[in-house]
Design a protein around this ligand. Structure first.
Ligand code: FE2
Length: 388
């Protein structure tokens, strides 16, 4: 996370004595990512964060890959995935490579019975339906429709939902989610031409400090297994922290689209970067304003990346027969473009209300059993409709 943040009490100098009212020491923890090269924070716990009481049998949660080598354009019906009570059970991985897992989830219940932690991957949750609060040792982040939540790897968290009708698009990334480098100056501040600014960030607030001992179950995902570790102290026992590595959020509705006289390429929609894929936000915007402009995108060859579009809301101008919750996969290696009629239809239109999240991965994606179960099976032929 590119800005410094601090909550609660921290000692004036790092790595020095910091004492409780009874004279005993708080327990300092460095929470970093990418070894000691990435962002980090310093936390001060009431109890050491190391007090493991028991370790359960790991549960295999590896995605069931059924298509390793895909060159078929696909449409997946994301809302066909059944809601589940439990937050982790509800996660359905759909598209996978060695860098990222993309899936959808419809959790009905808040996650309060246990804590969870992803030790392998940074998580990005896109809230399509529902609202609530992400709770961590670093504080809480209220969320609502349209929010992205960035949860760095190793973060212990719980989630409160306000309702049972929740829909989430999630990504698990083996490299951190970052703001696009070209929008940052050499100090990391977002530059004036960035489509969002630091003021749009949803930073954690309301630090919870639980002085409790007992049995605290944390389900930890590591190497595609879910490990159950029981700790002797409450994971949210931090009296203060500061640094750059913490959960944060930003709303897709705060992304300010960059427009032009002629069609702008997908990078203008970029919201996040990682080492292995990008995430873009397609938001309501004015169309291209050259007198002869064609607002629909040209055909393009994403020869070096697989492209996933997740449709959130509004009419998607370049596609026919697309609804909220659908995902399309356009694999690298073959060109794709607007559906029949979409080119002409777009001419003269002044604006679009489309809302979508795009994920372009630099390595090909494999499909899971769950993805095939919600594949419409005919999308790849939708450019020749009426011609056969
Ligand atoms: Fe595309």
């Amino acid at each position: 996370m590119p800005i410094y943040h601090r909550l609660g009490e921290v000692p004036p100098k790092r790595h020095t004595q910091f004492r409780k009212p009874d004279g005993s020491l708080y327990h300092e923890q460095v929470f970093g990512t990418v070894g000691f090269e990435g962002t980090s924070s310093l936390l001060y716990h009431l109890q050491p964060p190391t007090k493991v009481k028991s370790v359960g049998t790991p549960q295999d949660v590896s995605p069931k890959i059924v298509v390793e080598n895909n060159l078929t354009m696909r449409k997946l019906l994301g809302f066909s995935v059944k809601p589940m009570d439990d937050f982790l059970d509800s996660r359905v991985p759909l598209l996978v490579n060695k860098d990222v897992t993309l899936g959808v989830a419809a959790p009905r219940n808040s996650l309060t019975d246990y804590f969870c932690k992803n030790a392998d991957a940074d998580e990005l949750l896109f809230i399509h339906k529902g609202s609530g609060k992400l709770r961590t040792a670093f504080g809480s982040i209220p969320f609502e429709y349209g929010d992205y939540l960035v949860i760095p790897r190793g973060m212990i968290y719980q989630i409160d939902f306000d309702t049972e009708d929740n829909r989430i698009l999630y990504l698990e990334s083996h490299s951190p989610f970052e703001t696009p480098r070209r929008y940052r100056n050499h100090f990391g501040q977002l530059k004036e031409h960035a489509p969002y600014s630091e003021r749009d960030y949803k930073l954690p607030t309301d630090l919870e400090t639980h002085d409790e001992t007992g049995d605290f179950l944390i389900k930890i995902k590591k190497q595609n297994a879910l490990h159950s570790l029981t700790y002797a102290s409450h994971p949210f026992d931090v009296v203060g922290w500061d640094g750059y590595n913490y959960p944060w959020g930003i709303s897709i509705h705060d992304f300010e689209p960059i427009t032009g006289r002629v069609h702008q390429p997908p990078p203008v929609h970029q919201m996040f970067q990682t080492d292995a894929f990008v995430v873009c936000s397609f938001c309501p915007r004015l169309y291209d304003y050259h007198p002869l402009a064609i607002p629909a995108p040209y055909n393009h060859s994403n020869i070096d990346s697989d492209e996933v579009l997740y449709y959130v809301d509004g009419d998607f101008m370049s596609r026919n027969d697309i609804a909220a919750g659908h995902l399309t996969l356009h694999p690298g290696g073959i060109p794709h473009g607007p559906h029949p009629g979409a080119y002409e239809r777009s001419i003269g239109k002044k604006e679009t209300q489309e809302l979508a999240v795009m994920v372009d991965t630099f390595r090909p994606l494999m499909l899971t059993q769950a993805a095939l179960a919600i594949d419409d099976g005919k999308y790849y032929r939708s450019w020749v409709q009426g011609e056969l």
